[in-house]
Design a protein around this ligand. Sequence first.
Ligand SMILES: Nc1ncnc2c1ncn2[C@@H]1O[C@H](COP(=O)(O)OP(=O)(O)OP(=O)(O)O)[C@@H](O)[C@H]1O
Length: 222
Amino acid sequence: MLSVRHVYKSYGKHEVLKDFNMEVKKGEIIGLIGENGAGKSTLLKILTTLLKPSKGEIYLDGQLYRKEYKKIRKEIGYVPQDIALFEDLTVMENMKFFSKLSTVKRTESELKEIIGSVQLTRFDTKVNDLSGGMKRKLNLAVSLIHHPKLLLLDEPTAGIDLKSRIEIGHLLKSLSVDEGKTIIYISHDMNEIEALCDRVVIIGEDDFYQNLLSKNNETALQ
Ligand SMILES: Nc1ncnc2c1ncn2[C@@H]1O[C@H](COP(=O)(O)OP(=O)(O)OP(=O)(O)O)[C@@H](O)[C@H]1O
């Protein structure tokens, strides 16, 4: 479904990604791990089409990113690392705003359904008054408005409590299993990654992560 071939990315002289390759099948959940600054967010931004690689090619369902990026954008849902919502607007107002920007138009009841699917019910609450976990869920709901087939999530569970974390985990699993969505997400939580992901991809060359995966033990996590 997604094919990343020999991708390089530099910021000036700083080479962040070097000959990165990845093949992802439809419906897979891929966990991206790696040390701070290894290039995880950079890769995700390249996959959203927000950044261009310095070299290399990427294909989504056979469509070449370099040529078809406008079409490809419509197939992608992106949840950035920082919450990207209007704090002074309510949950529903945020959904309506982003729905207007979207290529797929949604009715109010469809938007309510999407909000419900992330286990949020407080349609009329201002984002300012939501907990961190609720904001993360709303960010995720916004990314689902246009029915993307590829979801790219940059630490969607960062800084939230265990209950919200588990709920988001269940939601991601059902988006993949029931709806066949392909999900690539960054997390620093190895337990969460192991529980949720079909596959883990390491970014960067730090042996720590390689060892962590090959040993698959808990001592390395302590
Ligand atoms: N726009 C930019 N201009 C210059 N350097 C950048 C830019 N964005 C990122 N970098 C640098 O590229 C490297 C990779 O950054 P990136 O955010 O992709 O890493 P990351 O693995 O997501 O890190 P973290 O786990 O801390 O979020 C870092 O050294 C960062 O400082």
